[in-house]
Design a protein around this ligand. Structure first.
Ligand code: ATP
Ligand code: MG
Length: 446
């Protein structure tokens, strides 16, 4: 029987067709990141690290795969991520008697951070302010801005309540950090949508009200909503089916159910945001439907991204540590899609790419080693050098320097080496100078 997998299929397809189909299939799993585009990613990551440094966050690197149970509990069985998007497999185990373990490629990073917090007793350090940058994996239908291997930049502020982890000042600081980061990257036209989903008490009453309101209308809704109406009514607000929206619009909102401490907490977050000049829009449809999520929930969206317009989402998860077997450790965090962030940049890869300052062209026999010596000296002065080959004729060296978009070409021939003075030509202006070795680095950089 012929395989349906185009990477294996032959027969009617010519070799070329099969090959091009393979590329289509591979590339939607994860488009490889190639230069010059990787320069944009580095530009983003360097800015991100700078911003985190200014807010005194430190990097954490968690394992790429962990036990399935961690994500099932940490993300929630009810979520799309756990119910249908995880890459999970049964590890074989080392001995025959060993049944092995169910493992999962991480679909998100908060569970891994909280696990590290618990296992390494990070509460001893007071408030932990951690950030991460790395790949996540979800089984989704790939399209623009949605991949099966994608990258997230995220942060978590977590610690004992005595270290101030519950304070609205932390929520506001995270939101202000995000506004700073997006501004710093030159990303305009973002919208911060903000809500408070209260705490366990508020939600018991709210869930009750929602259930009641859903009872008569649920049969008219999509199958997912019919299920949610029974298992976790809050998640009805995640529904994106257009026909369900008028029904959802009429449901009671959590904002009417906040108790006094939650209302005050939210007021304070908003007050600080107004004081520091970060604009936001209230959206009381924005919810996170798990028991350990509480109070502040937020999302940043960007118009230019089309259907996949959420750049990041986050919120408080005051009960997550306990859910994973740890001590009480209130926390707040966010996860930002780096792929979508890069799509939203107005910078072009070419603009942020550092081109070679100079192309060194060895001319004639035995000049490779002289050129290598010179390249080594210049690179120590932070000059970006592309090094040629004595086998190239001068014309070919010029072509290579042009192709590499070098600013200068530097000729290293026998006469130059003897005199220790080199011909340096500006490729844009055509101006050529004889420059003594000791002055080369300075001349090239200015
Ligand atoms: P969406 O509604 O777009 O599926 P989500 O609620 O699943 O988002 P989160 O789990 O909150 O997303 O992840 C945080 C961010 O990570 C998202 O706002 C988005 O920018 C990014 N993200 C999530 N899934 C993907 C994906 N498959 N490919 C690229 N980016 C993603
Ligand atoms: Mg999703």
């Amino acid at each position: 029987m012929q395989s349906k997998d185009p990477c294996i299929a032959r027969g009617n397809y010519g070799r070329y067709k099969a090959f091009s189909l393979c590329i289509v299939v591979w590339s939607v799993v994860r488009i490889p990141l190639l230069p010059p585009e990787t320069a944009l990613w580095n530009f983003v990551e360097a800015a991100v690290r700078d911003v985190f440094r200014a807010y005194n966050f430190h990097e954490i690197r968690t394992p790429i795969f962990e036990s399935t149970e961690l994500f099932a509990r940490g993300v929630g069985e009810e979520t799309d991520i756990v119910s249908k998007e995880m890459y999970t497999w049964q590890d074989q185990g080392r001995a025959q008697s060993d049944q092995g373990q169910s493992l999962t490629l991480r679909p998100e990073n908060t569970a891994g951070v909280v696990r590290a917090y618990i296992e390494h007793k990070l509460w001893d350090r007071g408030l932990s302010k951690l950030y991460y940058i790395g790949p996540q994996f979800r089984r989704e239908r790939p399209q623009k801005g949605r991949y099966r291997q994608f990258y997230q930049i995220g942060a978590e502020v977590i610690g004992p309540a005595s270290a101030g982890s519950e304070s609205p000042a932390r929520d506001a600081e995270i939101l202000e950090l995000l506004a700073t980061l997006l501004d710093r990257l030159g990303i305009k036209d973002w919208t911060l949508e903000l809500n408070s989903i209260g705490c366990a008490n508020d939600r018991a009453a709210y869930n009750e009200a929602l259930r009641k309101a859903l009872e008569p209308v649920a049969p008219k809704m999509c199958v997912d909503c019919q299920r949610r109406a029974v298992t976790n009514p809050l998640r009805v607000f995640d529904c994106k089916v257009p026909e369900d929206q008028p029904i959802i619009e009429k449901l009671p909102r959590i904002s009417q159910f906040l108790d006094e401490p939650c209302r005050k907490h939210f007021e304070e977050v908003k007050e600080i945001l107004r004081a520091v000049g970060v604009e936001f829009q209230l959206n009381d449809r924005l919810v996170r439907g798990l028991d350990y999520y509480s109070r502040t929930a937020f999302e940043f969206t960007h118009g230019a991204l089309g259907a996949q317009n959420a750049i990041l989402g986050g919120g408080r998860y005051d009960g997550l540590s306990e859910m994973l077997g740890g001590p009480a450790a209130p926390g707040i965090g966010f996860a930002m899609g780096e792929d979508r962030l890069v799509l939203a940049l107005s910078e072009s890869a070419e603009a942020v790419l550092r081109k070679p300052d100079v192309y060194i062209a060895p001319l004639g026999g035995n000049m490779n080693k002289e050129a290598a010596r010179l390249a080594r000296e210049l690179r120590r002065h932070d000059v970006v050098v592309e090094l040629g080959d004595e086998r190239f004729r001068l014309k070919k060296s010029f072509e290579a320097a042009d192709k590499a978009a070098a600013k200068y070409i530097l000729i290293v021939g026998e006469n130059e080496v003897k005199a220790d003075v080199f011909a340096l030509k500006n490729l844009a202006t055509g101006e050529q100078k004889a420059v003594p070795r000791a002055e080369l680095a300075q001349m090239i950089q200015h």
